[in-house]
Write a protein that binds this ligand. Structure first.
Ligand SMILES: [Zn+2]
Length: 504
């Protein structure tokens, strides 16, 4: 499946404290604004984080936004967009739904002490998470089915939002963990159950959507695509890489998730926002150079682009936002045939230590290595431990990639068949603190005297001054060669800076 290349994700999380919802919506003007900005897909809202619906629900009339003036907003948006050749996948929230969180406490995710997950209800925000192992699932499935049935052939796809691995001790989860013999005092076991639960949820929802839509797009958003996503890959039609550089993700996140996601074999789309920082505000505009950088960077990976926006409560699009997006998307439109579809030709694989049960624990070692390799213009993928190393002439193991004996055997076999490895610090060590046999190196533990100094010579002195002692500020790992050639030596300081031992 190849995605529409220039998308907008049109948030519409709209409080019940605001009157006149969609009162100013003009379907024709809406679609014209979208088309004029060279947008070819726009994600529109069925149910938002406040828990409100934007269509005339028969099953859940109490859930329709109480001030929704145009009760056919969703359907009119979809039809108006289709009329100008723009796709219109539909957004449904999953783990954040303020209406449910405040009216159905038995659906809330529970911490071990019984408290709900997320901030207190006295604070503004809809971040109290819901558990899909409760009766909430039945509501969510019925509401999703209702949207699918209502749109019928006009349904282009579903974007399920906030679908993360969230350990839960609610009554439903505890009952199932007990039945499965899971030790609930074991945090890792509870987290593994949470991952299995959310993966099962995705499979069920995909099967449900498929009853109505044989080929619509389906995506589950957790704010990151990484090794945590691999097990549930078959529930997705593509990956949307939410990564707003000016928000909590930062500029380094997108390359890391992009270089991993593209190894999973589905089309990808980068997702940024028009916002000055991140989601959920009105009338902030990113500068054009920033949006160009972000969208063209997505295209450079061969990906489609998505820009997040938020529809005003009255239902009108802000013209300035669509001028900005249009300036960038028209440039993309002229160039995208060169980049999509395409396949990345890579020279190296950077193996990530990211654990499968967390979405947001990307190690600093991966951000650092990715930045370094990008600056060197090395073409590389980020891969997990399942990846086939033989696809790559070079494999890079970052500082903290401690592996199993089985993976060490995989590394040795890779070297045996002509592969090359660059390993850093503990990269490649096993639990017994041994490197793979092919390294020809013995691990000696962390250095006790530092900062230490390196003395580059020969090829290692390229761009440096040969035999000059260069300081390395941080504590390093000591290794002793058992085979091969030493290219760089280390010099110790007089003493470690501690207690009365200091100088300057
Ligand atoms: Zn639960």
């Amino acid at each position: 499946m190849q995605l529409a290349s220039r998308q907008v994700h049109l948030d519409f999380h709209t409080s019940e404290e605001i009157p006149g919802i969609a009162a100013d919506f003009d379907a024709q003007a809406f679609a014209q604004t979208v088309r004029d900005a060279a947008i070819n897909s726009m994600t529109v809202f069925a149910r938002c984080h406040h828990g409100w619906l934007y269509y005339p629900s028969e099953q859940f009339p109490e859930r329709v936004h109480p001030h929704l003036v145009n009760r056919n907003l969703l359907l009119e948006q979809v039809r108006a967009l289709h009329a100008v050749g723009v796709r219109a996948p539909v957004y449904i929230t999953v783990q954040w739904d303020y209406h449910s969180a405040t009216t159905r406490p038995e659906w809330l995710i529970r911490k071990p002490g019984g408290a709900h997950e997320g901030p207190p209800f006295t604070e503004p925000g809809f971040y109290q998470s819901l558990c899909v192992n409760t009766g909430y699932y039945d509501f969510l499935a019925a509401q999703t089915a209702e949207v699918c049935a209502m749109l019928g052939d006009e349904l282009d796809g579903i974007f399920f939002d906030i679908v993360g691995i969230r350990p839960c001790m609610c009554a439903s989860c505890r009952a199932e963990m007990k039945a499965r013999g899971i030790d609930m005092a074991n945090e890792a076991a509870v987290r593994a159950f949470a991952k299995a639960s959310i993966d099962r949820f995705k499979a069920r929802m995909t099967a449900l959507v498929r009853q109505y839509s044989p080929d619509g797009t389906i995506f589950y958003n957790a704010g990151h695509v990484g090794p945590c996503t691999r097990d549930s890959r078959d529930s997705y039609t593509h990956f949307e890489l939410e990564s707003l550089p000016s928000g909590s993700w930062g500029y380094l996140h997108f390359p890391v998730t992009a270089r991993y996601a593209r190894t999973l074999g589905l089309d990808c789309i980068g997702m940024t926002g028009k916002f000055h920082t991140e989601w959920g505000d009105f009338h902030s505009l990113k500068n054009q150079a920033a949006l160009e950088f972000e969208c063209f960077r997505m295209l450079s990976y061969g990906f489609a682009a998505s820009v997040g926006d938020q529809l005003e409560p009255g239902g009108t699009l802000n013209p300035a936002t669509y001028q900005l997006i249009g300036h960038v998307y028209r440039q993309m439109q002229e160039r995208e045939a060169w980049a999509r579809p395409s396949r990345a030709l890579v020279e190296a694989a950077l193996v990530t230590p990211e654990v499968l049960t967390h979405e947001h624990l990307v190690p600093e070692s991966i951000f650092g290595a990715a930045q370094l390799l990008e600056e060197l213009a090395i073409q590389f993928d980020i891969v997990d431990l399942e990846a086939d190393l033989d696809l790559y002439p070079l494999v890079i193991l970052p500082d903290d990639l401690v592996v199993t004996d089985a993976y060490q055997a995989k590394l040795d076999a890779y070297v045996q068949s002509g592969g090359h490895i660059i390993a850093c610090a503990r990269g490649g060590l096993n639990a017994a603190k041994c490197y793979p046999a092919s390294f020809g190196t013995a691990y000696q533990g962390q250095e006790t005297l530092w900062p230490s100094f390196v003395l580059p010579r020969g090829a290692m002195a390229n761009g440096l001054i040969a035999d000059n002692a260069y300081v390395i500020y941080l504590q390093g790992e000591l290794i002793a060669p058992t085979d091969g050639e030493v290219l760089l030596t280390r010099q110790e300081p007089y003493f470690a800076r501690a207690g009365s031992h200091f100088c300057s």
